[in-house]
Design a protein around this ligand. Sequence first.
Ligand code: VIB
Length: 231
Amino acid sequence: MSFAKQLRQAADSIWEASFQHPFVTELGNGTLDLKCFRYYVLQDSYYLSHFARVQALGAAKAADLQTTDRMAHHAQNTYQAELSLHENFAKKLGITEEEKASFIPAPTAYAYTSHMYRAAYEGHLGDIIAAILPCYWLYYEIGERLKDCKPEEPIYQEWIAAYGSEWFRSLVEEQIVRLDAIAELVTEADRKRMEQHFIISSQYEYAFWEMAYRLETWPVEGKEIAVHANE
Ligand SMILES: Cc1ncc(C[n+]2csc(CCO)c2C)c(N)n1
């Protein structure tokens, strides 16, 4: 079995928990409170802006220029495709510039992005791909599962259409192939560490739904420092 498939299998129960999370199921049947989705869009813009930087770190750590080119392309894509999807949602949801400028990253969004930076700081390109792959792959599987759902809310339809697309599938497959190629070249200790990054990211994917569904705040409120959601 390929390395990526082994990781997918190891994370299966965590992914199942995401598929069954009320944020995901209610997005599919249209009953998700827009307040939660609005909160998600802002936290996810923050998440994506850091995700793009981690992809760019992957470009810098690649061992050949072709991979540097592809990872840089992926970073650009996160900015152009994913963030523009969010800009579009923000407009439709009436999220104001002031709201974006005085955004407070929630504990889970902060922890998840910190986890990806840690993998990038400590490791090589394989660590980075292992940490970012669940983001691609899980969303692709959610897109597939929700493909036939027709929620009444048009914003939820757009969200489902973005991740169930062929365009998105090719991006996911490219990163799976890259992970398998790297896994062939590294040591068993490297592979163990990569598996740990993959599992922790899978847990954070679940935690991200939970964060948005519960409108998570910091345990002691009133001392948070606001940043721009796109920073
Ligand atoms: C918490 C969270 N996890 C994953 C994604 C999906 N995603 C983010 S970047 C990227 C790769 C290039 O498009 C993908 C699939 C998200 N939006 N938010």
